[in-house]
Ligand binder design. Structure first.
Ligand SMILES: O=C(O)CCC(=O)C(=O)O
Ligand SMILES: [Fe+2]
Length: 277
């Protein structure tokens, strides 16, 4: 795994809101990631979350991608991959924070002829609000202009607000109704070879193209929460039982839900020590 970051990559991430890391995984690691993701997704059937509280159906959104969330919680191989402190350190170094927790991982698989992923921001969906929220997106197949690679609008993380966002709907440009200035800016495609990855800021405008091919575009992603982040009142992927116990402003520090996978000066959770909530 190519986990060393150059200062140039860090500066580029801070300025543009994203960075692409070529050849992130070795061919052997890529084979392991593919196998674990495929297995973990297959054992979920239609359950998006392990507890079955969110399920997929036949909607437009369900044909944007197959979305299976928090595979680290119910697949041992995925736990090993997602609770790797080297990933946490990369996210911490890019975001400029001391500690990193998993908010949620997600397999995002565009099947043949999948719908495009409309332009959106990630962090406003989540149960904490942080300018330093960050996600990794690992290409498990070559992601191309033809099959639905990511697109970013550089720098938008600097002017985004939590109050203004859209869902991933059928009008892929709805975000630009909300942020008309961004609608005049250029987007940048991020095609990636299988095994390469990108990191993007949780407030960066991004989307992905339709899959115009008969092949699959598999990706494994993880959204990260800086340690010390607090509950903002939104449910997102939390259960009703968890929400009942939380007040706005409470620090989100339940390692069984949001494990601390890396910290510069505190002990952190590993795949071996994890307790699954
Ligand atoms: O893979 C996609 O189509 C979208 C990915 C995305 O929105 C994300 O990783 O935040
Ligand atoms: Fe996203």
């Amino acid at each position: 795994m190519q986990t060393e970051l150059t200062q140039q990559q860090i500066d580029s991430y801070r300025d543009n809101g994203f960075v692409v890391i070529e050849n992130f995984l070795t061919p052997e690691e890529l084979a392991e990631w593919r196998q674990s993701v495929d297995e973990a997704v297959a054992q979920r059937d239609d359950r998006k979350l392990a507890d079955g509280s969110m399920r997929s159906g036949d909607s437009y959104y369900d044909k944007v991608f197959v979305q299976r969330i928090n595979l680290w919680q119910d697949h041992e191989g995925m736990r090993k991959l997602m609770l790797d402190p080297r990933l946490g350190k990369m996210a911490a170094d890019l975001a400029g924070v001391d500690g990193i927790r998993i908010w949620h991982d997600q397999a995002l698989i565009k099947k043949p002829w999948a719908n495009p992923t409309g332009w959106h921001l990630d962090n406003p969906y989540w149960s904490f609000s942080s300018r330093n929220a960050i996600s990794i997106w690992v290409a498990l197949d070559d992601a191309t202009l033809e099959n639905g690679c990511l697109y970013f609008i550089p720098g938008t993380h600097k002017t985004a607000t939590w109050e203004i966002n859209v869902g991933i709907g059928q009008n892929i440009g709805d975000l630009f109704v909300q942020y008309p200035e961004w609608g005049k800016m250029n987007s940048v495609p991020a095609p990636m070879k299988a095994g390469s990855c990108s990191f993007h800021n949780g407030l960066l405008a991004h989307g992905a193209g339709a899959n115009m091919t008969n092949g699959w575009r598999r990706a494994m992603t993880c959204g990260y929460m800086p340690d010390g982040s607090t509950f903002n009142g939104q449910q997102n992927i939390l259960s009703s039982a968890q929400i009942e116990k939380l007040k706005v402003g409470d620090v989100l520090e339940d390692d069984a839900q949001s494990p601390l996978i890396y910290h510069r000066s505190k002990p952190y959770v590993t795949a071996e020590t994890a307790h699954v909530g």
